[in-house]
Design a protein around this ligand. Structure first.
Ligand SMILES: [Zn+2]
Ligand SMILES: [Zn+2]
Length: 363
């Protein structure tokens, strides 16, 4: 992607475009420049459009881009994680937005392995502090016996009759691009163009076998729900010496019973009594770093939000910079009073009546 180009310009939108405008512009542009579009298709520009959308549709990335530009994003996410999608994987991006699949597999030369997607659920505090999780994924690797050929060692390969050795089947369909040539992998030879005379007994001629891999996934501190992490080369093994695909880990964060998250701030609700509200004082409140003392100012109102700076969510990958903890104060009205409490409240009501003639409240 040319560094100098402005992402808003690429999508043809203004800098204050709303989310749905961005999406709309992306769809329009992607449709126009998709490589399948015979008249206006342009693969390079299509990639730019995708990359621009990738950033501008993600509020966090957009904010960083607005303030610091592409270099800012690189500093935050690193080169490889700036975009959630691999540069070469257009069909993936495409199917995500248009619900269409475009499969294309070359019969000659190495093939890149497929990308894998793994949903990883982590606890609230693990997302705040970062964590390392072992994930077990199943991938297809080349069969060790036939080294991926699918042929029994010593047996020959013959040309596939379904596709005349091309490995792919072409079909013209009508879509909103107009006529689209859909190229799909030949189901008989799975794109190889050749079938084996005698199948490898180890993998039943598939050439690949399912293996289980355990990967340590390092989740950076401050990660947000729905974030996608990408591990280059940890996806399915490539074929015919091709590179492996990538592994995408999608983060899901469990709700916490006390804490909720609002951007970089952590919010808790704290109930206090009438007496505490009127008199003020110090109370203990839970925080992500354990119990902390909170100063309640005398006369605090229900709905007041108090703040403990620096006890919020750390910036992604930067534990040193944190948001704040916000404490929403609710004053609890007692609904069962002991005889003694009732007496005190009645006394209080009396004093206040005398003071201001007010009859509508205790304070
Ligand atoms: Zn085999
Ligand atoms: Zn075939």
């Amino acid at each position: 992607m040319a560094q100098a180009k402005d992402l808003y310009e690429i999508l043809g939108i203004s800098r204050d475009a709303a989310e749905d405008e961005i999406k709309k512009a992306f769809r329009l542009q992607a449709r126009k420049y998709h490589p399948d579009n015979r008249e206006t298709g342009n693969e390079e520009h299509f990639k730019e459009i995708n990359q621009a959308y990738e950033i501008l549709s993600d509020p966090q990335k957009r904010t960083i881009y607005d303030q610091y530009g592409l270099n800012g994003l690189k500093n935050t996410y690193g080169d490889s994680e700036m975009f959630n999608f691999g540069f070469g994987d257009l069909s993936d991006i495409f199917s995500q937005f248009f619900g269409e699949t475009r499969t294309h597999r070359s019969t000659t030369g190495p093939e890149r392995g497929s990308d894998l997607r793994y949903e990883l659920t982590i606890d609230f505090l693990e997302a705040i502090n970062g964590c390392t999780k072992q994930v077990s994924i199943q991938t297809h690797e080349d069969c060790k016996t036939c080294k991926g050929s699918g042929a029994k060692p010593g047996s020959k390969l013959k040309s596939c009759r379904s596709c005349n050795g091309l490995g792919e089947v072409r079909r013209v369909t009508e879509s909103f691009f107009g006529h689209v040539t859909q190229i799909t992998t030949c189901p008989t030879c799975h794109g190889n163009g050749k079938i084996v005379e005698q199948a490898c007994t180890e993998c039943n001629g598939k050439g690949q076998e399912l293996t289980k891999k355990t990967i340590d996934v390092k989740v950076p501190c401050g990660i947000d729900d729905g974030a996608r992490l990408r591990w280059g080369g940890k996806g399915e093994a490539g074929r015919k010496g091709g590179p492996p695909g990538d592994l995408y880990v999608i983060i899901q964060i469990k709700e916490h019973e006390i804490f909720t998250r609002d951007g970089e701030n952590i919010i808790i609700e704290q109930k206090i009594s009438f007496a505490q509200a009127a008199l003020g004082g110090h109370i203990k409140v839970p925080s992500i770093e354990g119990e902390k003392t909170l100063n309640i100012p005398a006369g605090v109102q229900s709905g007041t939000v108090l703040q403990i700076p620096g006890l919020g969510v750390p910036k992604l990958n930067n534990a040193a910079r944190k948001g704040d903890q916000l404490i929403q104060i609710t004053i609890e009205t007692p609904n069962k009073l002991s005889a003694e409490e009732k007496k005190i409240f009645e006394q209080l009501a009396k004093i206040q009546e005398e003071k201001g003639g007010k009859k509508h409240g205790f304070f």
